[in-house]
Design a protein around this ligand. Sequence first.
Ligand SMILES: *Cc1c(COP(=O)(O)O)cnc(C)c1O
Length: 388
Amino acid sequence: MDATLEAQLNLRRQEHLYRTRLNVASGCASTQWVEGHSLVNFCSNDYLGLAGHKDITQALKQAADLYGTGSGASHLVSGHSVVHHKLEEQLAAFSGRPRALLFSSGYMANMGAINALVGRRDLVLQDQLNHASLLDGGRLSQADFKRYKHVDMVSLEQRLEQSSAPRKLLVTDGVFSMDGNLAPLEKISALAAKHSAWLMVDDAHGIGVLGHRGGGLTEELGMGLDQVPVLVGTLGKSFGTFGAFVAGSEALIETLIQFSRSYIYTTALPPAIAAATLASLKIVREETWRRDKLVTLVARFRDGAEQIGLQLGESNTPIQPVLINSDEKVMQVGQQLRSAGFLVGAIRPPTVPAGTGRLRITLSANHSEEQVDQLVAALDSLNLGAAN
Ligand SMILES: *Cc1c(COP(=O)(O)O)cnc(C)c1O
């Protein structure tokens, strides 16, 4: 076995696609200790800066005193605590939907929802740049699995027209995770209605960040249950805790409870995590200054980066890709930035299409304007504008 695996690993190294992990010695924050160096973190998904928030940590500790560490069972056996239930009620109200259901992670929510909604003879249609968990959910379902060109409404409608499947599930990221751009949800929802397809939106990077109250892209666009019947949000990003939820109608949520295998066959989240998320939800809703600050930081970064000639993506969200266009060079640049004191995502295939290697810079309400300026100065010293 090992000889076969080593050969495969060596190939991965030769393609400059070998992945390694960093050992991080401090909690998620704007500055972190990483393997003996203090680095400014520009790659977490902690957009609102809540992963280390005092009140949320305090809620976790207090709940741990009451409920211990583990839930001990799945939701359908004895793991569904009153704290999970209260969180589901508040997440439903937050997303403007009748009900919400907690999952142990976003990956599991996506796998579970798609597989509960479609099966043999049905169609599942996805944007080609959807998150891996959505694509995997589509593959695992026995439905006919098709992708359309990224945010391309012509390609999308062609595929809808070609299908006579009894159920058609149309699935898209709200904010695309590697590019930071938005799905044209109003157009997508109109096409879904025209072709009697069900629309599922994974707003992992929009929840908390977009919309006045942090309700995400659907709040920003004023899209309710009729337009987006299946809404997925994750709790490990803006919320700074862990887990995920699906929000929708009574019938949707009951269907997931009955048929979602990744809901049924797994241990419920620790109740203390649900309690921490309740504390987090209050801050997400009320502290609108965190979203305002992000808007300021994003504009500042983009202005600075444009001035030094960097190739940015079409994004006004805290996800700011800097295209490097060589999958090998992107690793070098990532390393150089680390030497200069900055931790940024260096993203290569298969996470993104071949030849579209990029820095994935993410901003957080915990960053200062000075830190953003320092990052731009470090990027400037690498002469990336000229090399592109
Ligand atoms: C992070 C992410 C997920 C997975 O969520 P986890 O809770 O981390 O498993 C799903 N969808 C998108 C778009 C994501 O970015």
